[in-house]
Design a protein around this ligand. Structure first.
Ligand SMILES: Nc1ncnc2c1ncn2[C@@H]1O[C@H](COP(=O)(O)OP(=O)(O)O)[C@@H](O)[C@H]1O
Ligand code: SF4
Ligand SMILES: [Mg+2]
Length: 347
């Protein structure tokens, strides 16, 4: 009897330790996040909401890369901009190292942003065309109080070398239009890295680049993640690039996360019919094939103003359970440890 009690206690202790380890390692928590944009008719009359993010929950652990995958228009950028505090959440919380960032005031937002680097989809659009590389990269340092010009230049040169723009001094006087697309994206990455952030958010960082430079840019991001122990959120509509880039994959559909798991769980053992269809359209998960147009399930993603009742994928789903999927939204099930799916097939 005594033995059984001890074993049970050991198990409880172990479970508590595991939970504590996990909690200690979470540094970004997204809790039931909603981002709705108000629609106005003729510019003033309320005409509904675009529910761009509609109840998203996930954690990011220290030094972890996650990929968020989903079709265009499913809310990826809105989610990222809210994490960066460029949008305000309508409901829910973004918690970074224990601080709720929804409530931050101007100074707090500035400090927070210096810890989070942002790599946008369109590198040219992300840079002021009238500033040269040196000015673009010095700007965040000035904003964050690095007063010594010599120190600023030194840090600019160091970060340029890190993004493999060398010799760095040659690039300092160049303007964005004098650089190739790949070089422009390297400058955007350098700007995101210059404050030594803890988290890097990369929103479709290679989708506007030539296929030939995509792999190089992804390798660069992966290298920076490892060298600096960064947390990375990599956003993409293209599953073929995520396998060698991230530890976990989260699949988004119509403003919600519908499946989450580690790379092998999602790639080798997808559960949600939407993920399954996305993967079927990805003939080869090698990033070299990233330029091939991927098929998505037939039909259109739903309107985010009036999303379908029940499961939002039901109008396109080959496995629909009539009378259930079309009326009740599936909760999150965990068919295997750490693998979550919002689909009635796993109830
Ligand atoms: N500022 C905004 N005002 C109104 N609607 C917006 C705004 N930003 C995004 N949306 C809408 O939110 C939805 C999700 O867009 P977005 O987050 O850009 O998706 P993704 O990045 O996955 O393509 C789209 O319907 C888009 O039109
Ligand atoms: S809940 Fe139903 S409609 Fe939605 S993906 Fe699962 S089976 Fe298909
Ligand atoms: Mg986007």
């Amino acid at each position: 009897m005594k033995k059984i009690t001890e074993t049970t206690q050991n198990k409880v202790n172990k479970a508590e330790k595991k939970t504590k380890f996990y909690n200690d390692n979470v540094f970004l928590s997204i809790k039931n996040l909603h981002v709705w944009f108000e629609l106005r008719k003729w510019g003033f009359r309320h005409a509904g909401y675009v529910r761009a993010v509609d109840g998203v929950t996930f954690d990011l652990r220290k030094d972890e890369t996650i990929a968020i995958v989903g079709e265009s228009g499913c809310g990826k950028t809105s989610l990222m901009r809210t994490i960066l505090r460029l949008n305000r959440p309508t409901k829910g919380e973004v918690v970074f190292e224990g601080t709720v960032i929804n409530d931050l005031k101007a100074k707090g937002i500035k400090d927070y942003r210096s810890q989070v680097g942002y790599v946008q989809q369109d590198p040219y659009g992300a840079m002021p065309p009238f500033m040269n590389v040196q000015t673009i990269l010095e700007e965040p340092l000035k904003i964050n109080g690095v007063k010594d010009p010599a120190e600023r230049v030194q840090r600019v040169i160091k970060v340029l070398e890190e993004v493999k723009m060398s010799p760095a001094t040659e690039f300092l006087p160049k303007f964005p239009h004098q650089l190739s697309g790949g070089q422009q994206q390297r400058i955007v990455i350098a700007r995101a890295m210059i404050m030594n952030p803890k988290l890097l958010v990369a929103d479709e960082p290679v989708s506007m680049l030539d296929a030939s430079v995509r792999v190089e840019i992804l390798k660069l991001l992966r290298g920076l993640q490892k060298d600096h122990n960064l947390g990375v959120i990599y956003i993409t509509h293209d599953l073929s690039t995520v396998r060698y880039f991230s530890e976990r994959i989260f699949v988004m559909y119509a403003a919600q996360m519908i499946e989450k798991g580690n790379v092998d769980q999602i790639i080798k053992n997808p559960k949600h019919p939407y993920t399954f269809a996305l993967l079927e359209g990805t003939s080869d998960p090698d990033a070299n094939n990233a330029s091939i147009q991927k098929e998505v399930p037939p039909g259109e993603p739903p309107s985010l103003v009036n999303p379908p009742e029940g499961c939002r994928f039901h109008p396109r789903c080959p496995k629909i359970i009539k009378g259930l999927c079309d009326s009740q939204m599936p909760p999150e099930f965990e068919p295997e440890a750490g693998h979550f799916v919002s689909c009635w097939l796993y109830k």
